[in-house]
Design a protein around this ligand. Structure first.
Ligand code: IPE
Ligand code: IPE
Ligand code: MG
Length: 236
């Protein structure tokens, strides 16, 4: 029974397999990314309906700049299009959009689209959609260290008062820990995704490629989560 399922508070999705989805159909990789973006919209709305509070999605890693200029340019253009026009349905579901990642070297146009959707949804109160864009987990920890060090040097923070809550508040977004990380396409690695936040997450690696990760697959993932026993170091 759906009503009996525990819904994870914070789910992370490493949206992998767009390229392979397209290649298997003889389409360009761009088509795979476009289909992946449509899937993201559907999954976000479904997650909100199920009562998920935080959904963090890996959309573009700091390492993804190693791809061809054509693919990077397409992904940037797609993001502008998504944030400016295509997300209206998500906004109508009262979703708040936030971003994690470095702003540099994103272009003014991309930043403007990101800032506009952040501003437009800032008072929304249902699911928080955290889009990891130009994001790297190691870079996030580096940026956190620099920010805290600078506050210590200014005398605003005492070293002995630094706690885990302090660390969390200097990450790109101050979110609860990840309960569940899903990576589609069968790859079993983090690829620099939310290293700090994933410390006690459950992991799930379905074979399905991200564009095909629709409502049924999402529900299967939730069912899988419900089979896990979380112990957090104790002896439950
Ligand atoms: C994930 O799909 C989307 C991004 C990294 C932007 P990929 O583009 O990595 O797809 P595969 O792994 O080549 O199939
Ligand atoms: C991770 O996928 C990044 C995103 C899904 C945005 P990649 O496809 O870039 O990761 P690797 O290169 O296979 O580790
Ligand atoms: Mg990939």
């Amino acid at each position: 029974m759906i009503e009996d399922l525990v819904i994870p508070t914070h789910i992370g999705i490493i949206m992998d397999g767009n390229g392979r989805w397209a290649e298997r159909r003889g389409l360009s990789r761009s088509m795979g990314h476009r289909e992946g973006a449509n899937t993201l919209k559907k999954i976000c709305i479904y997650a909100e309906k199920l009562g998920v509070k935080y959904l963090s999605v890996y959309a573009f890693s700091t390492e993804n700049f190693k791809r061809s200029k054509a693919e990077v340019d397409f992904l940037m253009k797609l993001c502008i299009e998504m944030f400016s026009n295509e997300f209206q349905e998500i906004i109508d579901h009262n979703v708040r959009v936030v971003f994690s990642g470095r702003r540099e070297p994103l272009t003014k146009k991309v930043l403007k689209a990101m800032d506009e959707i952040t501003e437009k949804t800032k008072n929304n109160t249902s699911l928080v959609l955290n889009i990891c864009f130009n994001y790297g987990g190691q870079t996030e920890l580096l940026d956190m260290t620099k920010k805290i060090s600078s506050e210590v040097l200014k005398g605003n923070i005492q070293v002995e008062n630094i706690t885990l809550d302090t660390l969390s508040s200097y990450l790109y977004q101050d979110l609860p820990p990840l309960d569940f990380v899903i990576r589609t396409s069968g790859e079993q690695r983090l690829s620099n995704f939310m290293l700090y936040q994933a410390s006690y997450a459950e992991f799930y690696f379905p074979e399905v490629l991200f564009p095909d990760f629709l409502e049924n697959e999402f529900m299967e993932a939730i069912v899988e989560f419900n089979k896990r026993t979380r112990k957090f170091g104790g002896n439950v």
